[in-house]
Design a protein around this ligand. Structure first.
Ligand code: CTP
Ligand code: MG
Length: 400
């Protein structure tokens, strides 16, 4: 069967090729973790929740593969809409590279900073609506809150009337022909695309911005993003238990097929089976067990301890996650009662290796009892369609 996906009339160029000098992290800014997900992943989540569009991610040179993985995971059922481009040495060069990758029939182009990771989808919708209503260009803006002064060295030389000022955000939207033409003729370097299009003689409309569309520029901005996405820590709400009585916890995890290399599941390598995608090896069974154990002990969840800001877990297998989890439980005064996990998957077939999986998982948890069960779903749901696997775990922890 030939499936024809209609080409969307909108494209979003997500510029993520900056190095993040002011943030000063080890990795390029877009790849720095907010929680268990990177800045890029968070911004793409907003982009894919917005009206359907081709999504062009402009990655730093050499990071195209990582950007593609992030984009495909964020895209879910919109994977055909993902395009990756390689950025340049300035933001403007990166936008230009993205623009060259926009599909022929696209009529509206939005340019968005990956660094505005928490931008709500509604901002995209407002920008698109302004272009649909006839504007050549539209920019989300926020009123300026601080009193603004003009300075000359150490001296304040004038007050500026802030009622006529606004702070510009992204996504900035344009008629595609207008943006193409403006980029073709641009000589100077501009700090945003609206300025470049305005310099080409076009009017730019303002739409309401959103405080959550702030740009992560400095370490303080990153702290703010982290606290905005962080779950309320158990200790902060007073339920972190001193170990006294047994407690149970539940954990689930899902990974789609589509990773590189071999399949790792339940702590075992499955040669010849398609790999799962995900940070680390995508071992949904191990991750569900980790969540069940941490939850039982009131210690948060897998993202709390093994996020993308912990690069040492990027290539890790089940043993590393489980051993560290066992350590965390021990430090908090818990030992494991037992763990029970069920896998939902068409493949691999677990029957012949179930006991082996139990032995490996148990060994990684210091000899704790681990039961593994597996089931198919009669062809129903995403596991039945063979798109991925799901795992459900419960765990009992008891005071050490
Ligand atoms: N950007 C880009 N290509 C560049 C420079 C910037 O794609 N050569 C992107 C960044 O990835 C970011 C957005 O433009 O999403 C806004 O830029 P900025 O916040 O300045 O990010 P960086 O340039 O990475 O940070 P810094 O200026 O602190 O180095
Ligand atoms: Mg910059």
């Amino acid at each position: 069967m030939v499936s024809i996906t209609p080409v969307p009339r909108i494209a979003v160029i997500v510029v993520a090729a900056g190095s993040g000098t002011r943030l000063g992290a080890e990795a390029p800014k877009a790849f720095v973790g907010i929680d268990e997900h990177s800045i890029l992943r968070h911004s793409l989540r907003g982009v894919f929740a917005a009206p359907e569009a081709q999504v062009v991610v402009v990655a730093p040179a050499g990071r195209e593969g990582g950007a593609l993985t992030e984009a495909l995971e964020a895209a879910r059922d919109r994977r055909e809409l993902v395009t990756i481009a390689t950025g340049g040495s300035t933001r403007q060069e990166s936008v230009r590279a993205g623009l060259q990758a926009v599909w022929a029939d696209v009529e509206i182009v939005l340019v968005h900073d990956a660094a505005r990771a928490l931008t709500p989808p509604a901002v995209f919708a407002r920008v698109i609506a302004a272009i649909d209503a006839g504007a050549d260009a539209a920019v989300p803006v926020l009123p300026v809150i601080d009193t603004i002064k003009r300075v000359d060295g150490d001296a304040i030389v004038a007050a500026v009337d802030r009622s006529e000022l606004a702070a510009a955000q992204t996504p900035q939207g344009f008629r595609r022909d207008v943006l193409d033409a403006a980029y073709r003729t641009a000589q100077d370097e501009f700090t945003d695309d609206a300025a470049l299009v305005a310099a080409a003689g076009h009017a730019v409309a303002a739409v309401a911005g959103d405080g959550l569309a702030f740009k992560i520029t400095t370490p303080l901005d990153l702290d703010r993003a982290r606290s905005l996405v962080a779950p309320i820590a158990p200790a902060a709400v007073g339920i972190s238990p001193a170990p006294a009585a047994p407690r149970v916890g539940i954990g689930t995890d899902v990974h789609g097929f589509g990773g590189a290399g071999s399949l790792w599941l339940a702590g075992l390598e499955w040669p010849g089976e398609p790999a799962l995608s995900g940070h680390s090896d995508g071992d949904a069974v191990a991750h569900a067990i980790v969540d069940a154990l941490l939850s039982a002990a009131g210690l948060g969840d897998i993202g709390t301890h093994f996020g993308t800001d912990r690069p040492e877990y990027a290539a890790a297998h089940a043993e590393a996650f489980l051993a560290r989890t066992l350590g965390l439980l021990g430090e908090a005064g818990w030992r494991i009662g037992n763990v029970s996990v069920q896998v939902q998957a068409n493949r691999p077939r677990f029957a012949s290796r179930r006991v082996e999986a139990e032995a490996v998982l148990s060994a990684a948890l210091g000899g704790a009892s681990v039961s593994v069960a597996a089931t198919t779903t009669d062809g129903l749901g995403f596991t039945g369609a063979g798109e991925g696997v799901a795992a459900f775990a419960v765990a009992l922890v008891v005071p050490a």
